[in-house]
Design a protein around this ligand. Structure first.
Ligand code: ARG
Length: 462
């Protein structure tokens, strides 16, 4: 191993095992684009402000672009020798252009450099993940469209509660994923500041132009305090929190899909391309994709917890602990980007069993609330109506009947207020479409929710 960059201060080189533990190049090499673009902006500013000559700046820039091309074409591979992506690229630059290359790191530290690289990287990833969520929302909208009249049970405590429609159900998830998009946009807005110029921790004595660098790199602002600029990882934690919430939503829908695929529910059937079989039980068709998404949610939570724990109790400013920010971030990004497209395609190709949904909504007292509401509309107080219908349900259970199959005489045995129109009042269609309140399951209300989501999609994909 060659002598270290800092060998002037040291009498001996680092131990080989130390190099292995210390190095981040095995995982931070994926920041090469951001690192090079940051260096190009920095070199340009050094030239413009006269800290180095314009000619030197140009030479550095040209060589950095060449290095970028070579990395992209796979011609340049990194080794442990240079510890991390920042030192690897600087070493390669100096190898290529000699003395001039050594001027690049003027008025800069790896501490503000790495803070910059991660922000740039996450900004790009947020845009990509946002697109994937938008396409999931569009798919939910498409699935909902033919099902505004597909009655199904809605549950509380996983007990059949009140009837709704499949479109209403899908729109519930569309709203969750809409919030996930908005959360990521918020996160992007707060992270959109350039820390470059914070130096190692207290800025620099050179007459740098931080705004110029920020502008060149597409940042809205610069960070306000150099100690904070190099030691802040809130933006990374916020990003991981947003991904955790997104995964939680995916996991909840996965759980529903898994249940709905069971023989007991049978509400949906997954396409063969998005299901797996069993190595022993010939009849099995398993919802592995949904289960994996549910499982991988734990992994993303783990990534968030890992970084929260790394950052806890770190004094200002940079500490090497912070090098541990990258693997959780990359893992969470990779996981989310792997899950979202497959999950969307799985939903898109799934068959909806409207008959099974309707059968599950029928005959299970799911219309009991509406039966009580019927009495209220005839003048009874809700509490009295509620008690009467409770007795009716109890009678049904002991006589093996349902609210639909009771005779009018039986109804009147419990309250003389019941008339023949009760049957119409407790039909599933009346139950659903009577809930015409904004946000409710009526066709009109769900159509409004769908056009609202459509507007959102149009606005976001403009
Ligand atoms: N590889 C380091 C990291 O990811 C870069 C910053 C190193 N700074 C330092 N003072 N050792 O955190």
């Amino acid at each position: 191993m060659a002598m270290k960059l800092w060998s002037g201060r040291f009498k001996r080189n680092t131990d080989a095992l130390v190099d292995e533990l210390n190095a981040s190049i095995t995982f931070d090499s994926r920041l090469f684009r951001e690192d090079i673009m940051g260096s190009i902006a920095h070199a340009t500013m050094l030239g413009e402000t006269g800290i180095i000559s314009l000619k030197e700046a140009e030479k550095i820039r040209a060589a950095l672009y060449d290095i970028l091309d070579d990395i992209e074409e796979g011609k340049l591979v990194f080794t442990l020798e240079n510890e991390d992506i920042h030192m690897s690229i600087e070493a390669e630059l100096t190898r290529r252009i000699g003395e001039t290359g050594k001027r690049l790191h003027t008025a800069r530290s790896r501490n503000d450099q790495v803070a910059l690289d991660i922000r740039l990287y996450l900004k790009r990833e947020i845009c990509e993940i946002r697109e994937l969520i938008l396409s999931l929302i569009a798919t939910l909208h498409k699935i909902a469209d033919p099902h505004t009249q597909t009655v199904m049970p809605a549950y509380t405590h996983l007990q059949r509660a009140q009837p709704t429609t499949f479109a209403h159900y899908m729109m519930a998830y569309a709203n969750m994923f809409r919030r996930d998009v908005l959360r990521l946009e918020d996160c992007l807005e707060r992270m959109d500041e350039s820390p470059l110029g914070s130096g190692a921790l207290t800025g620099t004595t050179y007459p740098i132009d931080r705004e110029m660098v920020a502008d060149a790199l597409g940042f809205k602002r610069i960070t306000q305090n150099s100690l904070d600029g190099v030691s802040d990882r809130d933006f990374a934690l916020e990003f991981l929190s947003d991904l955790s919430i997104l995964m939680m939503h995916l996991s909840r829908l996965s759980e529903e899909i898994i249940m709905w695929c069971s023989w007991e529910f049978g509400f949906v059937e997954l396409d063969d391309a998005y299901s797996t079989g069993s190595s022993i039980m010939p009849q099995k068709k398993n919802p592995d994709i949904a289960e994996l998404v549910r499982g991988k949610t734990g992994r993303v939570y783990g990534d968030l917890m890992a970084l929260l724990t790394v950052m806890k109790a770190l004094p200002l400013a940079y500490n090497k602990d912070m090098q541990e920010d990258k693997e959780p971030l990359f893992d969470a990004i990779d996981t989310v980007k792997k899950c979202l497209p497959v999950f969307t395609a799985m939903l898109d190709t799934m068959t909806v069993r409207t008959d099974k949904m309707r059968a599950a909504a029928s005959g299970g007292f799911i219309n009991a609330t509406d039966c009580a509401d019927y009495l209220v509309k005839k003048g009874l107080a809700f509490r009295d109506a509620y008690t009467i219908v409770g007795k009716l349900v109890s009678h049904c259970i002991s006589s093996g009947k349902t609210l639909e199959t009771l005779t009018l005489e039986e109804y009147r045995g419990f309250s003389s207020v019941f008339e023949a129109d009760v049957f119409e009042a407790i039909s599933l269609e009346t139950c659903v479409n009577g809930r015409n309140v904004p946000g409710g399951p009526s066709v009109e209300s769900v159509r409004a929710q769908m056009s609202n989501i459509n507007e959102f999609l149009k606005e976001k994909t403009r």
